[in-house]
Design a protein around this ligand. Structure first.
Ligand SMILES: [Mg+2]
Length: 303
């Protein structure tokens, strides 16, 4: 551990149905974490101010939350990213934590993170999304971007405030299976049309996991400057039921309906507007196109 380094933790108090808030309370009382600067911003404006204030070379930022919290840091901080980040899983979506093989106990992970010195650089991906309502948004992601079925499940999940935990996920998944629309897409790479057809979903992976533990892009590596793309063709409902469990282990890549390839940028045009998510963060509106390219700014991580 670098002794000059300032150890800080930013906790999303809303992550994981209140898990974040409880964690903040426990850390403040715990003798092991004396001297650790603790922040728990209550909104995005406050989070942005704290992140940007902490974005210095001498800061080791422990970030406690889920995939949405980890996504917020690259979107709220004005690059370059100077601090070093450790992810502390305490959210409901922990796909990035799964990639780094982190345990589910936030306090244990925090203790380990505070002692770690090794650092690597993680790729950050710049995205420009055009929506059907004519708006354009520039966002970044660090784990996965999904178009089609998985984004639709996420959008349905967002609407179910009356259910919690696994129930909301299962209900949304089933609802989506019976009502999803296939994606009609064209993928251009370096200006050339490379892929075009109909798909159930198209996942872009910087990390391996998305949708709450599905290993959709099993060969993705977060620091190789490349994305692993996984296109799964539209299939019949019985076929989906047979193949869905394969996506948990990553063996869906061996079925005929799956296409995998690597790229460092692409433009996807959607003939019919489709749902999209970035690191599990969904939109209520549908996208008509998305452009993805490697950001020149990497994120220093200690994991
Ligand atoms: Mg990669």
């Amino acid at each position: 551990m670098n002794s000059k380094q300032l150890n800080c933790i930013v906790i999303n108090p809303f992550a994981g149905n209140g898990r974040g808030k409880k964690l903040a309370g426990r850390l403040k009382k715990h003798p092991d974490f004396k001297g650790l600067e603790i922040h728990s911003p209550v909104n995005l404006v406050e989070a942005a101010a704290i992140y940007n204030e902490l974005n210095r070379k001498d800061v080791h930022l422990m970030l406690a939350g889920g995939d949405g919290t980890f996504n917020s840091v690259v979107n709220l901080v004005e690059p370059p990213y100077n601090f070093k980040i450790s992810f502390i899983p305490s959210g409901s979506g922990n796909d990035l934590a799964r990639y780094f093989k982190l345990g589910s106990n936030a306090k244990t992970e925090l203790k380990k993170a505070m002692l770690r010195g090794t650092e690597s650089k993680m790729d950050v991906w710049d995205t420009t999304i055009s929506f059907a309502d004519g708006t354009i948004e520039k966002r970044k992601f660090i784990n996965t971007l999904g178009v089609g079925f998985d984004a639709y499940v996420g959008t349905l999940k967002e609407k179910k405030k009356f259910l919690t935990g696994i129930a909301v996920y299962v209900v949304s998944l089933f609802q989506a299976l019976f009502s999803y629309d296939s994606v009609t897409y064209k993928i251009q790479i370096d200006g050339d049309l490379k892929y075009s057809s109909e798909a159930m979903f198209i996942t872009t992976g910087n990390g391996m996991y998305s949708g709450g533990g599905f290993k959709l892009t099993p060969n993705a590596v977060v620091d190789d400057g490349l994305l692993e793309m996984c296109i799964v063709d539209t299939m019949s409902l019985p076929k989906i039921f047979v193949n869905l469990p394969k996506a948990i282990t990553g063996s869906h890549v061996r079925i005929n309906e799956t296409t995998l390839f690597n790229t460092n940028s692409y433009t996807m045009l959607l003939d019919k507007p489709a749902y999209i998510h970035l690191d599990g963060e969904t939109y209520s509106k549908k996208a008509t196109s998305v452009r993805v390219e490697l950001s020149p700014h990497k994120l220093g991580i200690s994991t």
